[in-house]
Each structure stands twice: as C-alpha cells, then as structure tokens.
Ligand binder design. Sequence first.
Ligand code: AMP
Length: 421
Amino acid sequence: MSFSQLGLRAELLSAVTAQRYPSPTPIQARAIPIILKGRDVLAGAQTGTGKTAAFTLPMLQLLSNGSVGAFNGNSPRALVLAPTRELAAQVESAIVTYGKHLRLRSTAIFGGVGINPQKSALQRGIDIVVATPGRLLDLVGQRSIDLSAIKILVLDEADRMLDMGFIHDIRKVLGFLPKHRQNLLFSATYTRDIKRLADSLLNKPAMVEVERRTVAAQTVNQCAYRVDKSAKRDLLIQLINEGRWHQVLVFTRTKHGANRLAEQLVRRGIDATAIHGNKSQAARTRALAGFKKGSLRVLVATDIAARGLDIDRLPHVVNYELPNVPEDYVHRIGRTGRAGEEGEAVSLVGADEVRLLKDIQRLLRKEIPLQALPELVSQPTDKAEKSECTTRKRRSPRRKRPANGSTPRRESHRDKAARHA
Ligand code: AMP
C-alpha cells in the first residue's frame, strides 16, 4: 500500500513525500479512506502508530476541497481536542507540516501561556483549532471563538482526556457545536467510559483498531531490575554511563520525584531536566526542544507531562518508578521503538513495586525478563560489567569506537553468565 492509493490530493502527497515516510502505517491505511468519505470513526490507536497523520491528512483534504464549506473568518470548521498542551502543540505542528501546500489556517489553544496572542490568531481568521478543553472554554466564554461552524471534530487521546477529568469540559464544548458534523474519536484504550462517550458522540462510526494495546510497541525490548529503592539512582547512572546512552527519557511517579532525580543526575555530571505540570510552559517547551535537538541527555518526566510527546527514535526509556496504572506502562514505553525503530525499555522495580510489575505483565500477557544487577558503580571500572536488556544488539551512532576502528563489544549479563557457566 502506498500513500498515493489513499485518495489524497497532490498537495498532501507532496507534503508526505517530504517527510520520507516509506508507506502509510496501518492506522493511516485504514482510517484515511473512511474519513475522506465523511464517516464518523472510532479509532483504537496509541501514539507512535502514526495516528496524528491518520486524522490530519483527510481533515486537511476535506477542508480544502469544499466538502465542508469554505473559510469562515473566526468561526473554525475543524476542532481537535487534545489532553495536554504538548499534544495540542504537536498536532498543530503536524497540521502545518502536512498542510504546507494548502491555504488553510490553524492555531493551537492551550492554557499556561498568554491568552491574547491566541485571541489575535482567532481574529485573523481560522480553519482549524487544536485546543485543550479548559482554555477553549475560556475563549468561548469571552466570545473570542465561535464553534457553531465546526464540521469536523476530533477527540485525540480521548482516554487520557477522561483520565484527566475533562469529561465535563468536553460535554460543555459539545454543547457549543452544531449537531450535524463528522466526529473522529481516537483512543489508545477502550474502556467503559470511552464506550459511553463514543455512544453519545458518534453516528454509526466505522471502528478502526490497528493494534491492541497489549501488543503495542513490538519493537521495544523490555527488561527489569529488582533493585532497592535506595540503589535506583546509582543503577540509573551506571546504565546511562556504561551503556553510553546518549538520550533517555526517565519516568517518575511524582513531580517532586522528577525534580529531585534531575537535580541528582546533574550533580553527578549528567545533563538532565525535569518536566511536569508545575513547570511553566516556557520551561517545558525549552526542555523538550533541547531533548529533541539532542543537547539534553536525560529528560525526567511524569506520566502526564510525557503524554503524547513526539520524540523520534528515542533509544531508551527508563521506568524509575513503575506506574500505578498498568496501561501507563504501555504509554511510557511507546516513547521508544517508534515507527519501526528498535528501542529499549528498562524498569527499576523496588520491593513495593513487584505487584505493579505483575499487573503490567498480566496486561501485556508477557513476562518482562529480570536482569541480574550489575556490579556497583563504586567498583573499579575495569571490573564493572555493562548491562543491556536487549537480546538483539543495537549500535548507537554516537558510540565511540576504539582507535583500531573495531566496534567495542558490550558484554551482557547473559554473556557473562555463559562465560562463568
Ligand atoms: P503519532 O502516532 O501520530 O504520534 O506519530 C508518531 C511518529 O510517526 C511521528 O513522528 C510521525 O512523524 C511518524 N509517522 C507518521 N506517519 C508515518 C509513516 N507513514 N511512516 C513513518 N513514520 C510516520
């Protein structure tokens, strides 16, 4: 299957070609033709599956070919609701990327930043608004935006919006929309609450489910260490240094924990920043930009802050603390091994987290192999073994090679055990 078979117009195909995507992902192949027909869609797809393009490309086509009216001043024709500021910004940037050869106007609307520039963008006229529900309602309340011309509504990561308590805000927003419209609901999980929302929102939807959440992230090699809470930090530092990880996203359960860990890493000479809901939007954007550019080595994040982060080819994710909700584990490791790339997800499991690990394994219907703990960092370095949870060897492009040009051999604990056997 190629993009040219999906019925997309030349301007969109040209923008996609510029992205060098080899072919449509399964969600794109299935959802795009259905959305182009104007049908409602209930899509089960998590981040990393190419879901953003799956709704953005056909939405841009419908808006540009006259199927859903024409430019309407400050009454947008399409609305995308997203749970977090980061996700809203990312979706908007995808719209700009894919829509670069079309004359459509879009803007992102979210809290934590000044409202006036958002008002000005709306006043200049707009086709597509990507918004978090709270700030959107503020603007509706101030009569800065008129939602009565919305023809296409997208709920992106709807399950997360419900988890974050947005259901009332979503219902309020729905109250401002015209009755006749196309609805697209994207959700990584299919809970009873999502089903209820879908039943009330969607009109004879086509169901598109590309990947069951439990088989997500096939390309991610997962492993775990049973480690005392007090030794987690040293283990993480050892993994980063000895594995020569050039980039890693580390998850903690709390904002405070994220801050503390980032500070400790910096004290030990590892460039790290924390992102979480208490950080200003500017600080979060800066940290994310540094991480994407590769100038920041470690990003320590809470689940909500990391939700929907679009970071390409992230090689390592560490669960410094396991999430309370097993589904969050799937979201977390979805940050690595994206779009066919191989990635590695390492979990540090304290005594009080063994139960959580079991819950995760039950959800995945798969065992996450436990690794033997490496010798301590305080050991002489010539004795310390490198640890690696992959069975397949991955080669980091930035790994230094010895002067003779050969690739340094990284000995895994399995290798070591074999050597001693
Ligand atoms: P998403 O699931 O929308 O968060 O997308 C995940 C990543 O996949 C983004 O970085 C996209 O640029 C990338 N992507 C989207 N479509 C494709 C495709 N057809 N082939 C390869 N990568 C893609």
